[in-house]
Design a protein around this ligand. Structure first.
Ligand SMILES: Nc1nc2c(c(=O)[nH]1)N[C@H]1C(S)=C(S)[C@@H](COP(=O)(O)O)O[C@H]1N2
Ligand SMILES: [Mo]
Length: 333
């Protein structure tokens, strides 16, 4: 990593994850004393991989679900403890280990998810509706973070198009906007600009309506056979496997059909680095790092993770490339 003065703008960049929290604090001039006093400072990437000071993630209740053959495959899975222990959920801190350590304060039951906007039949779902209203399916998806690491995850959920069909989008509906819960008393990152990486909260995301209606787009309520633990976005999050992970907004409280393209959190933070589309693409680099390869997080330790080529649309080009015919993917990154 090159040495330079870290500005506040850098703290809002997702690449901060690539540094150790210790380095970030040092560059910001926060003293070693403050560091030892900060509970968050105990957990950095390396110590997590060594299994140090990381409490076991609380696991959700077992779910009933089908395993449609269409969504099964033989990709090697990322182990459950890494899927639930190596997370991005800035509302609970910047370190990969922070969400598992801190997200226990999230109150995910009861829950209310409203679906409104340009729809004929607005709808409100409660906590139990999320797992009972639609048949649940296990889907083994590749997951690619914009920071150039990847996983393979057995998610459980239902396709978003089933929910959208129920609310009947009007002919004005062109986009779908998503919003994470705003609960600063339970989410330290929403209360404290430093803990929350300087992002604007609540976290928001969006898709074009045709992307939202695509059969791959999943409203996810579980992982590894059980209800989502809080650090993975309990009780309901989005999974769009051909896009960078930041599109997969967690702990969703509202889904609003809109006429205009909605604002999205990382684009608001750095519009030249994080686009609205965020389709995984080995040929379109992030301004500050290459996207040609990725670090697959498998069963090994931090030093033997596999480098592998990044796949166009994260390996889902056959299914989704037609959505972007005629669109310049370099301009619309
Ligand atoms: N509300 C909210 N949703 C979020 C994030 C976040 O910080 N807040 N991080 C995103 C990023 S950058 C990634 S890579 C994925 C990580 O999901 P996982 O922790 O379940 O692997 O969640 C996404 N959804
Ligand atoms: Mo990410």
């Amino acid at each position: 990593m090159k040495t330079k003065t870290l500005t506040e703008a850098d703290v809002t960049a997702e690449s901060v994850f690539m540094m150790q929290r210790r380095q970030v604090l040092k560059m910001l001039g926060i003293s070693a004393t403050a560091l030892t006093l900060s509970p968050a400072a105990h957990a950095d990437l390396l110590s997590w991989f060594k299994g140090n000071d990381r409490p076991p993630a609380p696991s959700g209740k077992p779910l009933t679900f089908d395993k449609p053959a269409e969504w099964q495959n033989t990709l090697p899975l990322t182990p459950e403890d890494k899927v639930t222990g190596y997370n991005n959920f800035y509302e609970f801190g910047l370190d990969k280990a922070d969400p598992a350590a801190n997200a226990g304060s999230l109150k995910s039951d009861p829950w209310t998810l409203t679906i409104d906007g340009e729809v004929a039949k607005p709808l409100t779902l409660d906590h139990d509706d999320l797992t009972r209203r639609f048949p649940l399916e296990e889907r083994i998806y590749r997951m690619r973070c914009v920071e150039a690491w990847s996983m393979v995850v057995p998610w459980i959920g239902f396709p978003l198009h089933k929910l959208l069909a129920l609310v009947e989008p009007t002919s004005n509906a062109k986009y779908v906007a998503f919003k994470t819960i705003y609960a600063p008393d339970d989410m330290p990152g929403q209360k404290d600009r430093f803990i929350g990486g300087g992002l604007k909260y609540p976290y928001v995301e969006g898709l074009r309506l045709d992307e939202a209606m695509h059969p791959l787009t999943l409203l996810t309520v579980g992982v590894y056979g059980k209800a989502l633990p809080p650090q993975n976005g309990a009780p309901v999050r989005l999974t769009v496997p051909w896009k960078y992970g930041f599109k997969g907004i967690k702990s969703i409280v509202s889904i609003t059909l809109t006429r205009e393209q909605p604002p999205t959190t990382w684009n608001l933070a750095a519009s030249d680095e994080y686009g609205f589309y965020a389709n995984v693409n080995p040929h379109v680099d992030h301004p500050r790092w290459s996207q040609a390869t990725e670090r697959f997080i498998g069963a090994g330790g931090v030093l033997d993770v596999k480098r592998q080529p990044t796949l166009l649309f994260n390996g889902y080009a056959d299914q989704v490339a037609s959505l972007y015919r005629g669109l310049n993917l370099k301009e619309n990154f």
